[in-house]
Design a protein around this ligand. Structure first.
Ligand SMILES: Cc1cc2nc3c(=O)[nH]c(=O)nc-3n(C[C@H](O)[C@H](O)[C@H](O)COP(=O)(O)O)c2cc1C
Length: 295
């Protein structure tokens, strides 16, 4: 990719990130070794979301294939903050690109503790707040309600020694209102979309297929929704926007950049084709080169 990108003061080699939870760089390095680092497919790496305490995740089944997408109810399995800092962070810190750590808590206090601890680590360039979960104190989803998002940032912002990306939920009546609240209360960037709420019934049975009951829809099926929300949010705020949702090609990436995104992320497509990000990068570079030649 010709052209570096400034993301909240962090210089990236290009605009391509991974969606949190969709590319396991530690496992990929076990398989591909040093070759992964030589041709690392992303310009910054976003960790799987971590929580304060370890989580086993949801019972199986955890995936359901839909027309042009999939539902997942993984349930955020992770080692918890202490396990992440001890085991995962040293491995992720040696990747050849800046590291973004994704955190989620079930109250502002929990998010504050995560952000405070992660901020202290020099290996971390930015922090992403995954706010697609209910606040146990109010019952409201932190990223689906502007007042909740504002209240969360008021607590967390003073503790964050790193730029904060708020990952917006698409399950809000107006994500642009949530984005405005995030901007007004100290966010440095926003990313979107996270998965759309969905469910599937077990064949022939009147009960949900997924062990977690409901799940999150991702993949090409969500791309028109994602593009509309990225355009609406980009028009509503001045902050950099990271756009994602169903991107599988360089042309899709170019669409999200045209809609106002500064960076884009590849999610579900990496499960189908682990080399997807490299392909998107090459195609996007060719599209940008062609556009420049035509000017
Ligand atoms: C299996 C799976 C796990 C995910 N885990 C996380 C996660 O831990 N944290 C998060 O913020 N988003 C998570 N996501 C959402 C993605 O990062 C992304 O926002 C969403 O899937 C839309 O992009 P896509 O259609 O390209 O996958 C996950 C998505 C999938 C499919």
């Amino acid at each position: 990719m010709d052209g570096s990108v400034d993301l909240c003061g962090v210089e990236l080699g290009g605009p391509i990130l991974n969606g949190s939870g969709t590319f396991d760089a530690i496992a990929a390095r076990r398989v591909f070794g040093a070759a992964l680092d030589r041709e690392f497919p992303f310009d910054a790496f976003v960790s799987k979301t971590i929580t304060l305490e370890p989580r086993a995740g949801n019972p199986p089944p955890r995936l359901w294939e839909t027309a042009a997408g999939m539902l997942n109810s993984i349930g955020l399995p992770n080692r918890g903050l202490a396990g992440f800092l001890e085991s995962d962070l040293p491995q992720l810190a040696s990747l050849p690109v800046p590291l973004i750590v994704s955190v989620m808590g079930f109250s502002a206090r929990e998010v504050a503790e995560l952000v405070g601890a992660v901020s202290e680590r020099a290996e971390v360039s930015l922090i992403e707040l995954n706010v697609s979960c209910p606040n146990v104190e109010t019952g409201l989803v932190m990223g689906a309600d502007p007042t909740e998002t504002a209240a969360l940032l008021d607590v967390v912002r003073p503790l964050a020694g790193k730029p904060l990306i708020v990952k917006l939920s698409p399950n809000a009546s107006a994500p642009e209102d949530v984005a405005r609240a995030a901007e007004a209360h100290g966010a440095d960037a926003v990313s979107l979309i996270n998965t759309l709420k969905g469910t599937a019934l077990a064949p022939g049975r009147n009960r949900p297929w997924l062990g977690g009951q409901g799940g999150g829809l991702s993949g090409p099926a969500v791309r028109p929704v994602a593009l509309a929300q990225v355009a609406a949010v980009s028009a509503a705020i001045e902050l950099p926007v990271i756009g994602m949702g169903g991107i599988t090609s360089g042309a899709h990436a170019a669409d999200f950049l045209s809609a106002g995104a500064r960076c884009i992320a590849i999610g579900t497509e990496s499960f189908r084709d682990p080399a997807a990000a490299g392909r998107v990068r090459a195609d996007l570079a060719a599209i940008i080169r062609k556009e420049r030649e035509e000017i």
